[in-house]
Design a protein around this ligand. Structure first.
Ligand code: NZQ
Ligand code: ZN
Length: 392
């Protein structure tokens, strides 16, 4: 187990009927005027936005609204948000939505607190030390941004999708009511199941040797998500299933399933360019195609066979073949792909509408400036193209 620092400062308020407490809670953080930030309209249709407004008004808290955040949130809207908040004297950012809305709010907060453009931090490869306070009313269990130290945005001038990693961007409070996810479509539910699994799986396969407690926490989370995922796809209003998925989304990306391991996240970095260049591709759908392909490739090269076999056995129920653990390991990847298919997710690039002619443009973004991704082996252009071929 490597040395680690674990600090997860987000206050979580979880369960039914919690919206009434939003206004008072924000007041407790010293808020006087909030930005109410949301996406393309699902929170209006569900009535959630009205409940949030009523709570702010009851607490005497002023607010301004800015909707229109698109999936894979765009820098252009973030810049408009920064201008609006400056003009209006906003001192608290309340994201009502999924990962895209939260990340848009975080980027606005970075811009406001540091008096600069948030993209500057991506260009200079530095981490901001400050961010205006962000609160979250979560509507989609997926990205884990409600507790994470990441903020991912797409620069719509050059289609580069990049992230800031900084402790400063962890939200101060997250309101998690599983009922607010009942209206999520089957496809977005599937994307969320995959993304939640991936945040733990990317922390699981790091080549750091054994880390028993952390790995067993990870496996427990994956098993719970596997089963709750099936239940929520079958019945979108299954409260217990939605509750498990929502809490797992937060725990999977607040670092608890990675303590003692080195964070690398190669598949996420490859996927971000896929959904950066092809804006119609959802992050979770890109991951359900790319992660099994990355795993196939790593196994083909003989990396961490016992760890892949351990996951196959403990999470996917594949019988352990002690003489040939690579057989067990491969069985695990097959079972994972079958599960993704079962919950309606794509597992090939073809299903995402991509052909080999598309690969070069996407991969050129990933390796821009000579970037090589960390994984079991350094991943440069040729290795990433090999992963794409495993995903055909
Ligand atoms: O825009 P609206 O109308 O709200 O519709 C959204 C959107 O179309 C819809 N939706 C959300 N809640 C709903 C709902 N529809 C019905 N009922 C509800 N309750 O779902 C669609 C997708 O929303 P989005 O926020 O884009 O999804 P997600 O939460 O998966 O976030 C994806 C973004 O987060 C980034 C991804 O790269 C992507 O840009 N990530 C952020 C991370 C972080 N900051 O820690 C980590 C992740 O690995 C990820 O990279
Ligand atoms: Zn993710």
């Amino acid at each position: 187990m490597h040395n680690f620092t674990f600090c997860t400062p987000t206050k979580v308020i979880f369960g039914r009927d919690i919206e009434g407490s939003i206004g008072e809670t924000l007041r407790g953080y010293g808020a006087t005027k909030a930005l109410l930030h949301y996406g393309g309209g699902s929170v209006k249709r569900s009535g959630l936005l009205d409940k949030v407004k009523a709570s702010l008004e009851a607490a005497g808290l002023a607010y301004v609204e800015m909707g229109g955040v698109e999936p894979n949130p765009k820098l252009s809207l973030i810049r408009k948000g920064i201008e609006l908040c400056r003009a209006e004297g906003v001192d608290f950012l309340l994201a009502v939505g999924g990962g895209s809305v939260i990340d848009s709010a975080k980027a606005i907060g970075v811009g406001l607190a540091n008096g600069c453009d948030p993209w500057d931090f991506i260009e200079s490869k530095t981490a901001p030390s400050k961010c205006m306070a962000v609160g979250v009313v979560l509507t989609l269990a997926a990205a884990g941004s409600e507790m994470s130290n990441s903020d991912v945005m797409t620069n719509d001038e050059n289609q580069l999708k990049r992230g800031i990693t900084s402790e400063a961007v962890r939200p101060v409070v997250a309101f998690l009511n599983p009922e607010n996810t009942f209206t999520v479509s089957k496809f977005q539910t599937g994307c969320g199941i995959v993304d939640t699994m991936m945040h733990t799986l990317e922390r699981y396969f790091t080549g750091d040797g054994d880390c028993d407690l952390t790995e067993r926490l990870a496996e427990g989370l994956l098993i719970a998500v596997r089963d709750a995922g099936r239940a929520a796809i079958a019945d979108p209003a299954d409260y217990e299933a939605r509750a498990t998925l929502m809490w797992a989304s937060s725990l999977s990306h607040n670092d608890i399933t990675g303590c003692g391991k080195n964070r690398k996240f190669p598949v996420h970095k490859i996927e971000h360019d896929l959904s950066g260049v092809h804006d119609n591709i959802a992050h979770g759908a890109g991951l359900s195609v790319l992660f099994p392909a990355w795993a196939d490739y790593m196994l083909e090269l003989g990396h961490d066979v016992m760890k892949f076999a351990q996951l196959a056995n403990r999470v996917w129920g594949v019988e352990m073949n002690f003489d040939h653990p690579e057989v067990t390991a491969r069985g695990g990847i097959r079972a994972m792909r079958a599960y993704f298919r079962e919950i309606g997710m794509p597992v090939t690039l073809q299903e995402l509408g991509l052909t080999p002619d598309d690969y070069e443009e996407i991969v050129s973004k990933t390796v821009l400036g000579g970037t090589v991704l960390k994984s079991y082996i350094p991943l440069g252009r040729e290795e990433i193209l090999a992963i794409y071929r495993h995903a055909e």
